[in-house]
Design a protein around this ligand. Structure first.
Ligand code: RIB
Length: 311
């Protein structure tokens, strides 16, 4: 069994379905409302556990009902919450999400306690990093903390993964501590310096020059591309599914990619496995509810579920 430490955000997502997202000054009459666990860190930790990894969350919640709900769901799903800190001076993070009829979403987050995840929390998690095969970060935590976590987890022998969403500037020294970077096309142009006329390949190569070992660019329904330092690159396909809500799909992809590589899958196989995880996450409304289980991924890949993975 692989072991993954996920450091990042936990939110309660407030989700309304609507025909379209409101324009400035517009009120849109939506349809269903739902509330579910979310936040990129907690989605990835939950997905890693459902994919049969030993999963740990390193993060901050408020001392409130939202925080307790998130901790309960993660614990029930087997995520180790020993490094989940309850803060007295900030509420649990919240996301307000509009999901449109074509399955796309727009999100506003109130960071709350997520903004308090600091270097000290990374230091306290040293034992978790020491016992984990990989550490996975996102950008809903302070960039300085992400940089410190990447450095520390690498020092403790973890493969390091950064899902750099939403895109914010990273301290320059952080790049060389990233083994696997996962970006969508919007984040790719942000980190490559918004060079409009450059191809995906050119932007990817610029990022690899900063010291990143492998870059995965996700392209939604088109699948994506993997670029490896030294020149190799290949494309992977998306699965053909009927998307009802893509919230959390990239989190499921990241968890799948990380778990696959920690289990020793070759890069192409890990990309296909991750793509199946992302596709399954689009088939249900809500982030936590849609994080896929291992047997569902095996079924989509047309494989018999290995005994080890039966849940
Ligand atoms: O990646 C999806 C997540 O982004 C949602 O669950 C929401 O909380 C935001 O953090």
């Amino acid at each position: 069994m692989s072991s993954v430490a996920v450091a990042g955000s936990l939110n309660i997502d407030l989700v309304i379905r609507a025909p379209h997202c409101p324009q400035k000054g517009e009120t849109v009459v939506g349809s269903t409302f739902g509330m579910a666990g979310g936040g990129k860190g907690s989605n990835q930790a939950l997905a890693a556990a459902r994919l049969s990894a030993k999963s740990h969350i390193i993060g901050c919640i408020g001392s409130d009902d939202f925080g307790r709900k998130l901790k309960n769901v993660l614990t029930e799903n087997g995520v180790d919450c020993s490094q989940l800190h309850t803060m007295k001076n900030a509420p649990t993070g919240t996301a307000v999400i509009t999901v449109t009829d074509d399955g796309n979403n727009s999100v506003i987050i109130s960071q709350g306690a997520n903004s308090l995840l600091d270097d000290d929390a990374m230091m306290k998690a040293a034992d978790v990093f020491e016992s984990s095969d990989a550490a996975l970060f996102q950008m809903e935590s302070p960039a300085k903390t992400v940089a410190a976590g990447l450095k520390l987890s690498r020092r403790h022998g973890c493969k390091t993964f950064l899902s750099a969403e939403p895109p914010f500037s990273l301290p320059a020294e952080a790049w060389e501590n990233i083994d696997y970077l996962i970006l969508n096309e919007r984040a790719l142009s942000f980190y490559a310096g918004r060079k409009q006329h450059k191809s995906v390949e050119e932007m990817a190569n610029e990022i690899l020059m900063r010291g990143v070992k492998c870059l995965a660019v996700t392209q939604s329904a088109k699948g994506g591309m993997i670029f490896v330092k030294g020149g190799d690159h290949f494309s992977f396909d998306a699965f053909n599914i009927r998307a009802v809500d893509n919230t959390g799909a990239r989190d499921a992809f990241c968890a799948g990619f990380c778990v696959g590589l920690c289990e020793g899958m070759p890069l192409k196989r890990a990309a296909k496995f991750a793509s199946a995880c992302g596709a399954l996450a689009c088939t249900k409304i809500g982030a936590h509810p849609s994080m896929p289980w291992r047997h569902q991924v095996s079924a989509l890949l047309g494989e018999a579920a290995d005994d080890e993975y039966e849940l």
